[in-house]
Design a protein around this ligand. Structure first.
Ligand code: ADP
Length: 618
């Protein structure tokens, strides 16, 4: 237990120093600026308190000088103006710095999400973590440290100034011989005053920490409905393309009810915390106001009995308020500071998640790229949380120059098979070999470079057309145009005024172009051609194309893939008959393999699928 605590403490300090180093590296001026803002914020209220006290004292003095009064008033206004201007300018500069760091943090979360193991990136708890981190903004995690350290410093400075005034206040003695003066100067009265003050502050701290705890719990509970709500609004509001189905299937009502129910449970959680805060604050406000009454009485009496001038009433009552607030805030911020380490840990744990797929070290040499053979050896794979494997005991080989077709019914494991080949997932059993070496031993990025792919659910981004083809902003335009032409997009390209620089989708630009399903697929194929990798993987690359375009693309792809290895997944068996070999999948198993003629002759599953389709062709 003790050891566990020591490890936790060590990790906390490690994360703290890591956060400070990170923040300083991203924005070297952020801490100096936070210190400046903290000192200015602490000192600023005292300008008013001190100078107003001076003015009152001067006013109460029978020999007051108008010139001096005028000077004090001018000083008050001038210092207030300069102080406010300085404070708000520095606070704004600090905000800009924090905003820049916030964008770095969001970028780091995004970068991690596209470099982490692909299989893990789809897990719901990872999505939840990503959503939570990006919702923290300035208030939680690494960036919140700036605010918290600033507030800590501000409260310490305030307490320091107030303490000096407290000492001054108790040193000032009531004058006169009467009983009242003696009572006011009595040590017990001062101790009683301090005890009531400590009680009021202690209760405030207690109430605050309970409220803070309740908000912390509410925040934890509200995470899931909040995430779901954001995802739904992303789908229904930001991605206007979903509007088609929402309209056609009248899904608006359902969506709105779901969002209302989520926002209801979110509001319920928050409302619970608000109610609790109201209840707790009622007594603490009552207590502190009663204490303020006592303060005015005590300070006023001391002034009446000549301990100090009437102007100092303002100074000392102000001091008590400032001190009380600062003491409460100090405990509040220490607590928040400690709680925030939980958030910082979540952030760094997320960034530090080991990338198991990227552990390989072997280079994919040019020799391998020149001549290669893949072998699946008894490969079994299940998706996380699935009760049944999606692929079971798969064994097959294919080499450079071979064109392989993969066919089978929906859900038979075809896409999973190519995900394993491309190392988007790793098998739990068996191994996949490249020239006899387990593919997990190769350097991950280099291994990915081996494949040009068009996935079934390919993504076309809201970038320029050429950027989509090259996945870069700085690219070979001639090659991009050639790739688009080879993918059958040449005629459409000629109609685009801005050519390669045409913005895709209308998300960011009025001039954006909406592509049809078939056109998008051609762009995805062009991207595959542009990459020009040694091995080509096409998962239903022509599903959205018309028959003429499909025949054309297959011919072009055959030319492009000549001499390379290639795997085509297609439901149109007529497109697969020209492949060197056909793999037939059924319920996660490799049911048959051979040439078109062999498989027809075998009268098995392939024959059944073929006959079913041939009916329509006939
Ligand atoms: P096919 O490409 O032949 O249609 P898939 O390889 O996509 O089939 O899917 C094979 C099986 O794996 C199906 O039962 C499918 O439901 C399941 N599956 C696919 N992707 C996932 C995933 N990300 N998580 C869990 N199960 C999945």
């Amino acid at each position: 237990m003790k050891k566990e605590k020591t490890v936790k403490k060590r990790d906390t300090w490690k994360n703290f120093s890591r956060s400070v180093v990170y923040l300083t590296k991203e924005s070297p001026g952020i801490f100096p600026m936070a210190v400046l803002v903290a000192i200015l914020s602490a000192v600023y209220p005292y300008i008013g308190i001190f100078l107003s006290a001076e003015i009152l004292t001067e006013l109460a003095d029978p020999g007051r000088s108008l010139r001096h009064l005028f000077f004090l008033a001018l000083l008050l206004v001038g210092l207030n103006f300069i102080g406010r201007l300085l404070l708000s300018s520095c606070a704004q500069v600090l905000d800009v710095m924090k905003y820049a760091v916030l964008k770095h943090i969001e970028l780091a979360v995004a970068e991690k999400s596209w470099t982490m193991d692909y299989a893990i990136s789809a897990a719901p708890e990872i999505n939840e973590t990503k959503g939570r981190i990006t919702r923290w903004h300035y208030y939680r995690g690494v960036l919140a440290l700036v605010e918290q350290l600033g507030t800590l410093l501000e409260t310490l400075v305030t307490i320091g100034i107030s303490l000096a005034l407290v000492v001054e206040f108790f040193r000032a003695k009531a004058v006169g011989e009467g009983q009242m003066a003696a009572l006011l100067n009595h040590r017990m009265i001062s101790l009683l005053f301090l005890a009531v003050f400590a009680l009021s502050v202690a209760y405030n701290i207690h109430a605050f920490s309970k409220i803070q705890n309740r908000y912390f719990q509410a925040d934890e509970k509200a995470g899931t409905p909040m995430n779901q709500m954001l995802m739904m609004s992303d789908v229904s509001i930001l991605q206007y393309q979903h509007g088609k189905d929402i309209r056609m299937f009248r899904a608006g009502g359902f969506l709105s009810r779901s969002m209302q129910s989520l926002s209801g449970s979110y509001a319920g959680i928050l409302d619970d915390a608000f109610c609790y805060e109201r209840k707790m604050s009622l007594f603490s406000t009552l207590l502190s106001r009663s204490f303020h009454l006592l303060v005015y009485l005590f300070v006023g009496l001391k002034a009446m009995y000549g301990a100090f001038g009437v102007g100092s009433i303002l100074k000392y009552t102000g001091m008590v308020t400032q001190f009380g607030d600062a003491a409460t805030r100090l405990f509040h911020i220490i607590r928040e500071f400690r709680q925030n380490f939980e958030y910082i840990k979540v952030y760094f744990d997320y960034l530090d998640m080991p990338n198991l797929t990227a552990a390989g070290k072997l280079p994919v040499t040019s020799q391998i790229r020149e001549d290669y053979e893949f072998e699946f050896k008894n490969v079994t794979f299940s998706y996380p949380g699935a009760s049944l494997p999606s692929l079971c005991g798969i064994s097959c080989r294919f080499r450079k120059g071979e064109k392989i077709a993969v066919v089978g019914r929906n859900g038979s494991g075809k896409t999973t098979f190519i995900k394993l080949l491309c190392r988007l997932c790793d098998p739990q059993e068996g191994e996949i070999l490249l020239n006899g070496t387990d593919i997990r031993k190769f350097q991950y990025e280099e291994y990915l470079e081996f494949f040009s792919t068009v996935f079934q659910d390919y993504s076309i981004f809201a970038f320029e057309l050429g950027e989509n083809v090259a996945s870069e902003s700085d690219y070979d335009e001639k090659k991009a145009v050639q790739s688009l032409e080879d993918a059958g997009f040449g005629d459409r390209l000629k109609t685009l005024e801005q050519g390669l620089h045409t913005q895709i989708n209308k998300n960011f630009s009025e001039d954006g172009v909406e592509l049809s399903g078939g056109e998008s697929q051609k762009v995805a194929i062009a991207r595959c051609l542009y990459k020009d990798a040694p091995f080509v993987v096409l998962d239903e690359p022509t599903a959205a194309l018309d028959p003429v375009a499909e025949a054309d693309i297959y011919q072009r792809m055959n030319q492009f893939a000549s001499g390379k290895g290639a795997i085509y997944i297609s439901h149109r068996l007529s497109s697969c008959r020209f492949c060197d070999r056909i793999l037939v999948f059924e319920e996660g198993r490799l049911a048959e393999q051979g040439t078109h003629e062999d498989l027809l002759a075998a009268e098995g599953l392939y024959r059944k699928l073929w006959d079913a389709q041939a009916k329509y062709y006939a």
